[in-house]
Design a protein around this ligand. Sequence first.
Ligand code: CMP
Length: 136
Amino acid sequence: MSNLEQTLSIIKPDAVERNLENEIKEMFKNKGFSILKEKKIQIEKSEAEKFYKVHETKPFYSDLCAYLSSGPIVVMVLEKDSAVFENRELMGATNPKDAKEGTIRKKFGISIDKNSVHGSDSIENATIEINFFFKD
Ligand code: CMP
C-alpha cells in the first residue's frame, strides 16, 4: 500500500555557503525522494521567527532565527512514501555529533546550529511548513 507524503526540507546557510546543495539533493534522490518544488531564497529574521515559532520559548530561539536568515537557503518540497519519517532518518540526529553514519548531518553538519538541513517533524507541521514557503 502506498503512503505517499510530502515534507518540507531546508538546506541551511552553512551548507549553501559550502556549495553542498547538489550533493545533498543527490542524497535525497538516491533515497527515492522526488523534489516537487524548490527555490533558493534569503529570508528576513522576522520571517524566520514566524517559521520557528514553535521554538519561541527556547533559549536558542533568537540565535536560531538570526542564523536561518543569515544567508541563502534552499527550500524544497520532497515526496516519497512516509516522507516525513524517511527525511528525518536521512537527516540524522539534530546534533551532528549524535548523527549516524550515512546521514546528511553526520556527513556535513558542523554543530547543533549549523546542522545543514531542516526537515518537518510531523505530517501536520509538513503541511504548515510547505504552505509557509509555497503558498500557491
Ligand atoms: P531544526 O531541525 O532546524 O529545528 C530547530 C533548530 O534549532 C534545530 O534544527 C537546531 O539547528 C537548532 N538548535 C539549536 N540549539 C538546539 C537545541 N539545544 N536543541 C534542539 N535544537 C537546537
